[in-house]
Design a protein around this ligand. Structure first.
Ligand SMILES: O=C(O)C1=C[C@@H](OP(=O)(O)O)[C@@H](O)[C@H](O)C1
Ligand SMILES: C=C(OP(=O)(O)O)C(=O)O
Length: 437
């Protein structure tokens, strides 16, 4: 942890428009699908952040060629697909703390086979991957733990897929199912492959993103509810030519919440009503809190009179954006409860514990359980020094606590280690400053 911090003066009003960076979830999926496909792919507006940098670096280490072209309107990444045949049969890959990189890459490398090691930052070595490794190894791959069983680092050797039916637990992270779905066409060379989901699948909208993008690369997945998925044999990923990355709907949540807390209107551009990201449903949660939301094809806008209604709801479908609701709850007219969010505990940090600790610093009364958090707002928000636990979302969420019409002028919120936003949104604090009037 660095000792850097940023001091945010309290402000009473926000207004303006923000152009969102690309979606992390879409960017990393498209990068891997492009590498696995036949033909060249031109990716427009890929997210530039730590999580995509580790994926790009890994692809380069594996011998996948890509170049970046700067244009007047943005960037285009050109990826040369290798159709599932990686030029480099061995590599040591640093995955940072990017779940969307390590989980699908582990599946791809395990199925393709070779001699690969994958590791990350210390927290990555505490984030579960056992359900994915179990599913893969039961099907014939050869993945070993080199540290603690169930967690990275991993050593992948040559295996041989013999199963036509795989099962994976869905209740710890949806990324395990995403990873298997992405590599299923590589396994279904001669026989169909069926993937059964064991336990209640969490974070379902992320599976919808996966299925949508797999389809864009020419592969059809048969779906039996959320219980099983079948990939018919002989399907090969084909380049869609050019593919555009939507703005990040989770990143949008901070600006929409700002509009909700401090008047607005605040408009985010790059994501709208046709988005394939589940996190656009954050806007519906704000509506329930009394915020006025309008949406276009490529934008969402929030405005309010600053008085928010408390909310009690299940947030399993939007685990990332739900953190922003926990902050909006500070400005509500009563106690809010966010339910069914157990996955918060195994992300960049234990987010239920971190959120509870930091909300208490600004005066909230917080109750936490294994899978819920209950927030009662204080009469006045107390200025505080906020720790961010190397979690980009903690830093972005707590920037919002500087929005306070009732605060004494000159009050300051200090956010420690603000650079952790680099995981998904390196320019976050500049974008936030631009709407704080
Ligand atoms: O598949 C994805 O792109 C993601 C799935 C979610 O994780 P879980 O499925 O672990 O909840 C989400 O929290 C993460 O930021 C991105
Ligand atoms: C949980 C997150 O990331 P990851 O993709 O590493 O799981 C997140 O961005 O909030």
């Amino acid at each position: 942890m660095t000792h850097e911090y940023i001091d945010l003066q309290t402000v009473a009003h926000v207004q303006g428009a923000v152009r969102l960076p690309g979606s992390k979830s879409i960017s990393n999926r498209i990068l891997l699908l492009s590498a696995l496909s036949q033909g060249d792919v031109a990716i427009v507006d890929l997210l530039a952040s730590d999580d995509t940098a580790v994926m790009l670096a890994a692809l380069r280490s594996l011998g996948v060629q890509w170049t970046e072209e700067k244009t007047a309107t943005g960037t285009i990444h050109h990826v040369k697909g290798v159709a599932g045949v990686l030029p480099n049969k061995s590599a040591d890959l640093f995955m940072g703390n990017a779940g969307t990189a390590i989980r699908p890459l582990t599946a791809a490398l395990a199925v393709i086979g070779g001699d690969y090691t994958l590791h990350g930052v210390p927290r990555m070595h505490e984030r579960p991957i056992g359900d994915l490794v179990d599913a893969l190894n039961a099907a014939g791959t050869n993945v070993e733990y080199t540290g603690n069983p169930g967690f990275p680092p991993l050593h992948i050797k040559q295996g041989k897929i013999h199963a036509q039916r795989l099962s994976v637990r869905g209740d710890v992270s949806s990324q395990f199912l995403t990873a298997l779905l992405m590599v299923a066409p590589l396994m279904a060379r001669e026989h169909a492959i069926t993937i059964d989901v064991i336990g209640e699948l969490i974070s379902k909208p992320y599976i919808e993103i996966t299925l949508n993008l797999i389809r864009r690369f020419g592969v059809t997945v048969g779906q039996n509810g959320w219980e099983s998925f079948t990939i018919e044999p002989g399907q090969v990923y084909q380049s869609p030519g050019a593919i555009h990355v939507e703005g990040d709907a989770s990143s949008a949540s901070y600006f929409l919440a700002a509009g909700a807390i401090a008047g607005g209107p605040v408009r985010v551009e790059g994501v709208g009503k046709d988005s394939i990201q589940g996190d656009v449903r954050f806007a519906a949660a704000l509506e329930q809190m009394g915020v006025q939301i309008t949406m276009g094809d490529n934008w969402i806008e929030a405005k309010s009179n600053g008085v928010l209604k408390a909310i009690d709801a299940d947030f399993n479908h939007i685990p990332d954006a739900a953190m922003t609701i926990a902050i909006a709850a500070l400005y509500a007219d009563g106690t809010s409860t966010l339910r069914n969010i157990a996955s918060w505990r195994v992300k960049e940090t234990d987010r239920i514990a971190a959120m509870a600790t930091e909300l208490r610093k600004v005066g909230a009364i917080v109750e936490e359980g294994s899978d819920y958090i209950k927030v009662t707002p204080p009469a006045v928000i107390t200025p505080a020094t906020i720790d961010t636990y190397d979690d980009h979302r903690m830093a972005m969420c707590f920037s919002l606590v500087s929005l306070d019409g009732a605060a004494r002028k000159g009050n300051v919120m200090r956010i420690n280690d603000p650079k952790c936003v680099g995981k998904t949104f390196p320019e976050y604090f500049a974008a936030f400053a631009a709407i704080a009037k």
